[in-house]
Write a protein that binds this ligand. Structure first.
Ligand code: NI
Length: 137
């Protein structure tokens, strides 16, 4: 019997951001984004969970090698995001508001092509211990 199995790698990064819609007035931005619109940015300790779903390989006993998955996340996501100002330092957010939703979507787009097609991929991103987003859902 070979059931679909999920393997999750948890990683961490911290980064600064500012939520802002440049098409809106300052007042409108403050109204919608509150403290997250602070002009001088603020930081979060993000917890990232990358879940790979597939079948257990008979030869290895693995769904996916977690060391390989960990390296892939480190090289392609953490080196890009960790200790960065997302608005200023990360190309993807030059014209995209770095909400948890959009950060998770960008991470999905980075990792999806790097994982073989036979696997499903789910991203869970905690912006605070109480707030997290999941994509795709
Ligand atoms: Ni924030």
């Amino acid at each position: 019997m070979n059931l679909k199995t999920a393997v999750t790698r948890r990683e961490h990064f911290n980064a600064a951001h500012r939520l802002h819609n440049k098409n809106w007035s300052d007042e409108q931005n403050r109204g919608v984004f509150g403290k997250c619109n602070n002009p001088n940015y603020h930081g979060h300790n993000y917890e990232l969970e990358v879940k790979v779903i597939g079948f257990i390989n008979e030869d290895t006993g693995y769904v996916i090698d977690t060391k390989m998955l960990s390296d892939l996340i480190k090289i392609n996501v953490l080196e890009k995001f960790d200790h960065k100002n997302l608005n200023m330092d990360v190309e993807e957010f030059k014209n995209l508001n770095p909400t948890a939703e959009n950060i998770a979507m960008v991470i999905y787009r980075i990792i999806r092509p790097l994982i073989e097609k036979q696997y499903e991929l789910k991203i869970k991103l905690y912006e605070t211990p109480r707030n997290f987003v999941e994509i795709p859902y």
